[in-house]
Design a protein around this ligand. Sequence first.
Ligand code: UDX
Length: 453
Amino acid sequence: INSREPQLGERIGRRIIFFPLPLQGHINPMLQLANILHSIGFSITIIHTKLNSPNPTNYPHFTFHQILSEFDEYSDILSLLTMLNEKCVEPFKQALSELLGDKSGDPIGCLISDAILYFTSDVAKSFNLPRIVLRTGGVASFLTFAAFPVLLQKGYLPIQDSRLEEPIIELPPLRVKDLPVIKTSQPEKLYSLLHNMIQETKSSSGLIWNTFEELEQPSLTKLRQDFPIPIFPIGPFHKHIASSSSSLIPEDQSSISWLDKQANSSVVYVSFGSIASIEEKDFLEIAQGLESSKHPFLWVVRPGLIRGADWLEPLPQDFLDLLNGRGHIVKWAPQVEVLVHRAVGAFWTHNGWNSTLESICEGVPMICMPCFTDQLVNARYVSDVWGVGLQLENGNLERGEIEKAIQKVMVEKEGEEIRERVLCLKEKASICLRPGGSSYESLKSLKNYISLF
Ligand code: UDX
């Protein structure tokens, strides 16, 4: 590090304000980023909603500021995202005004907000406060969102069932079935949300990514052409420094004691993240597939995962009997600890971006079952670009196929290349964080950039 540059750990005398989207898959990376920036010398304030508010006692080194907005209830994700962008404007303005008016601590350098909270752009401008955007997903899926106007113009969108297998020439290797949509009766609402997200990202002072050059180089090159603002890929965030858990549901530690009793690389870890839900018939098919695979399994069945059921009621008794030995079900697991565990041999995932990165970082091959939005793009990259997993193709959730996928990824010769490639990516994810590595250097640039505000 150049001696005139601030050293990575030196205090900067600047406060950064963070505003996470109040959903688990967005809170985790935002708080991890706040921890990273705190560790390199910034003071941190987190503005948050009452909905899914983080636990301040886990972060005694941050200050927290809750905005007054009342919307605990929401019918679906799209409505929540729209409502946040409409109803938080005034309370967020009020919070910024209070924080900027307080002259007692370090001066505020900038706002870092989730890309989806596009309304923060105008508010930050009205205070002359630089706004940096954190996009918590991958670059490839973001570029797909940015291409929506073209995809609409060329007729790929809205998706027609007869064209699902058609390749999208503009975005290889995606097919129509991989387009990151949400099932909704109001697609216009989705297109408008994405349009605003893209526009207000372009107009921001910079863009931070939880990804690394070696993973998404071609996508990052395209991003730099299309978004001529400073871009900082500094991931994987959770591997920079240890941070407290930001889980909204208590993590069941019996996951680890149960794994301790299993053989090396023998367990299939199954989790579909914090939002996805599945039909009861698919849930039962998954259970049957796990049963016939003969592998031990650790399965996160979040309350709300199965549509129309409270929790495990749909499972037949002979499956429940397996839970006394070969299988273990929890409501929420300490996922990163689980993936690090020597007993885990494969991750059956919905390919949320955090889960995808966490699996890569621990060299765990994936069985991909994307549900909606960016997960569809992430899964295609996992299976067809990075070659670190297999995809259970849409409509193919059948016990025999599941059993085959598990065998292939975990045991068979055919899956050997998948297992080797994921170990190779794990190594790259580790190297990029060391001095001289791509994410380390990018973090240094980010630090210098924010220090100048
Ligand atoms: C959502 C979207 O669905 C996802 O596509 C997008 O990329 C981010 O926002 P989610 O579905 O929850 O996120 O998935 P994911 O991105 O994988 O985030 C889940 C987080 O919860 C991960 O950090 C994971 O480690 C954690 N987790 C999950 C647990 O700690 N325990 C669990 O049992 C399950």
